[in-house]
Ligand binder design. Structure first.
Ligand SMILES: [Zn+2]
Length: 312
């Protein structure tokens, strides 16, 4: 039954996957059968269910389509490695400041010491911090590229993330490389207290220096972009692009509703709502992102090169 389904052009049908399993592959079970945890984990990595339309499909179908559902276009989270593959020429990034690691000046503990949380994230993500920056080429154009690693403590902005963003803007200015920054963040990193909040001012000041140098900055907002990141440089791009249905905002809807004691409108804080209200300039599908960025940067660079005509 499921094997006859149209899997959006992907040939690997579930029947083929299942046919490789024989009875001997099934785990020995005591009477009573599978417990709940085993039931949910069995078959993990073979099938995935779309968060948008609920369609179940081979995991490969989503992976090959950069986590965009071939049925309804829902954008699931894409890891930083795949973003490189999607946007950058040969998927190559010449890493800047990859050695920077956070310190723990506050000696902060919230159930677990902060250095332990950092170490656990470093181990699970194989990244040193919640952002990667560097020099790359996009469609042949040299750029300064940055991308948040959301899996690293929710892409939160501590002193290292803030420092790397500031350096991204500063190198963009000094090397005259247009800056493309992909953001996905829960906001400031609470474990660094006031130091994380200071990053908002620092990054915005660095962004200003890029503007003074006349070098373009394209801000790309992914799901979710919230808190101190949304409240600092996110909306300061020469062009601000968002992915469809991305959650973008400062505080969460429940916090706002209880503060202002009003019901929020439908779709509040989603890309479509923000576009309608002039907060962002474009909504672009991930699959169109490379072409869109290439076109925008070419236009913005040409604009920067041509002398402005002084108005009378
Ligand atoms: Zn779907």
């Amino acid at each position: 039954m499921a094997a006859e389904k149209d899997w959006g052009g992907y040939t690997k049908k579930p029947a083929l996957v299942l046919s490789r399993l024989t009875m001997s592959d099934w785990p020995d079970k005591k009477p009573g059968g599978l417990d709940a945890s085993e039931k949910t984990s069995f078959g993990k990595g073979v099938f995935r269910k779309c968060d948008g339309c609920g369609e179940t499909m081979p995991a490969e179908a989503l992976e090959q389509n950069f986590e965009v559902c071939p049925h309804c276009g829902q954008h699931h989270k894409l890891v930083a490695e795949r973003w490189r593959e999607l946007l950058l020429d040969d998927g190559k990034l010449e890493d800047w400041d990859g050695q920077l690691e956070p310190a723990d000046p506050l000696g902060f503990t919230d159930g677990k010491p902060y250095p332990d949380r950092v170490a656990a994230s470093q181990k699970s993500t194989r990244a040193k911090e919640a952002i990667e920056i560097g020099k790359a080429r996009l469609d042949g154009i040299p750029i300064a590229y940055g991308a948040f690693v959301f899996r690293f403590m929710g892409g939160s902005m501590g002193s290292v993330v803030g420092e790397k963003i500031a350096r991204l803007f500063e190198r963009g200015a000094s090397l005259r490389l247009p800056v493309v920054l992909l953001q996905a963040s829960g906001g400031a990193r609470m474990q660094e207290g006031i130091l994380s909040l200071m990053q908002m001012a620092k990054t915005v000041a660095a962004r200003e220096r890029l503007r003074d140098a006349g070098v373009p900055f394209v801000s790309v907002l992914l799901n979710p972009t919230t808190g101190g990141v949304a409240a600092s440089f996110s909306f300061l791009g020469d062009v601000n692009i968002a992915e469809p249905k991305a959650l973008i905002g400062f505080a969460g809807p429940r916090v706002i509703e209880t503060t202002i004691r009003q019901k929020l409108p439908e779709g509040f804080q989603r890309s479509e709502f923000l576009l309608e209200h002039g907060m962002i300039d474009r909504i672009t599908s991930r699959l169109e992102m490379r072409r869109e960025l290439s076109l925008l940067i070419s236009h913005l660079q040409r604009d920067a090169r041509e002398p402005r005509v002084a108005s009378a």
